[in-house]
Design a protein around this ligand. Structure first.
Ligand code: TYM
Length: 375
């Protein structure tokens, strides 16, 4: 069930190669975000977020159902998360920026799970103390996104366990090892915590329903690597008397190298939110591009923005104006834009973006407890 082939791999713990999103739609059994559903969304929010206009969020499960419920007057909650294996990078910010927009547009509560247990169990070198340190570092980035402090509840699995554990075991009782093995490719050598883990990731979607004592619809924004957890868990929610959560799936911000998503395991191709301007400039200036080997060839034949991470960073994060984005595309294609100047432009805009984020991150230090959910 996980997508493994010669060209690319997508699992919750590994994304490699050039991801073919159309293939994923078929293999994961998810639905593309059609014009119909985008039009329905537009009715409620007005102009769509650039990540929807650009199909950075490209697929869903049961979003049509969620909108039916909403139109009948049932508000939904949001749920998303972070596995704190290191510092936050720009890729992680993509679903969070989008989630903040939905929170604003629908005035929705947000449950934000920090899966410190997951990263402890899956990363052999990480101690619980280190994951906890990263959890609180990552929480600063989450708060800096600008979520509503009165409607956003952040928690660590190991700290909020009195509430989470009794609910997780209800899921666990319905998930056999053979299902987990088929979906995640587990072997006999996997530790038993890893096999159990999906039940922890399932729980936050029902926290509001448990609290209110009645079913509350839930929408989960994520990048598509996290979908397999919910593919397993969605079969279980109705067995426990809850709605299946709806999901909206995003694409991956690539790393600065050739192919593959941004991943902390290759730090030179990865921009962290705490990076200093000189490091950001160096990483961008060394990036792979879709350009030609020489200036002359670039002028003559143009570059290929579609395989270029520098272009993708404008597209995913930095240039929200569609006309300006189109201009960057055209200038690259027709050879007017050279890679050196394009990288310099991105580097300066990225530094500005990060300095602004870092200021908000600093201010977040006094706000942590306003956001934390405690047993
Ligand atoms: P984690 O920490 O790997 O990633 C956090 C979120 O970022 C998405 N993501 C990316 N999005 C765009 N481009 C990238 N390069 C990129 N890399 C990662 C992930 O899909 C995720 O949405 N187990 C989860 C934490 C979690 C969670 C959830 C995530 C717990 N509950 C509910 C989503 C929804 C994890 O380790 O995510």
């Amino acid at each position: 069930m996980i997508y493994l082939n010669q060209d690319f791999t997508v699992t919750p713990w590994e994304v490699k190669g050039e991801v073919d999103y159309n293939k994923l739609i078929i293999d994961f059994g998810i639905k593309p975000l059609s014009e119909d559903i985008l039009n329905r969304l537009r009715k409620h929010v007005g102009r769509l977020h650039y990540m929807l206009r650009r199909k950075i969020f490209f697929a869903h499960r049961d979003l049509d159902w969620l909108l039916d419920m909403y139109e009948r007057g049932e508000n939904f909650i949001l749920y998303t998360g972070r596995g704190p294996s290191g510092h936050t990078h720009l890729g992680h910010m993509i679903p969070w920026i989008f989630t903040k927009w939905i929170q604003e547009k629908f005035n929705a509560k947000l449950y934000f799970q920090i899966t410190d247990d997951e990263k402890f169990l899956f990363k052999h070198k990480l101690t619980l103390e280190t994951v906890k340190k990263y959890s609180y570092e990552n929480i600063l980035d989450i708060i800096a996104i600008g979520f509503d402090p009165d409607k956003t509840y952040i928690f660590l699995d190991t700290e909020y366990s009195k509430t989470l554990y009794p609910l997780a075991i209800r899921f666990a009782k319905h998930i056999t090892f053979s299902t987990a093995r088929a979906v995640f490719g587990f072997k006999e050598s996997n530790n038993i915590g890893q096999i159990f883990f999906t039940s922890m990731q399932a729980v936050p979607a029902i926290l509001e329903s448990v609290k209110q004592g009645k079913n509350v619809p839930c929408l989960i924004p994520l990048a598509v690597d996290q979908d397999p957890h919910f593919r397993v868990a969605r079969d279980i929610y109705p067995k426990l008397g809850f709605y299946k959560p709806a999901i909206i799936h995003g694409k991956f911000l690539p790393g600065l190298g050739r192919g593959g998503k941004m991943s902390s395991s290759i730090p030179e191709t990865c921009i962290f939110t705490i990076d200093k301007p000189k490091d950001v400039r160096r990483k961008i200036m060394n990036a792979f591009t879709g350009g030609r080997p020489t200036k002359e060839e670039q002028r003559k034949y143009g570059g290929n923005p579609l395989i270029c991470p520098v272009y993708q960073y404008f597209y995913f994060l930095i240039e929200k104006n569609d006309e300006k984005m189109r201009k960057i595309f055209d200038e690259c294609r027709n050879g007017e834009r050279l890679c050196g100047e394009c990288k310099r432009e991105l580097a300066e805009k990225m530094v500005k973006f990060l300095l602004d984020h870092q200021k908000k991150r600093e201010n977040a230090k006094d706000m942590i407890e306003r956001f934390m959910l405690r047993d």
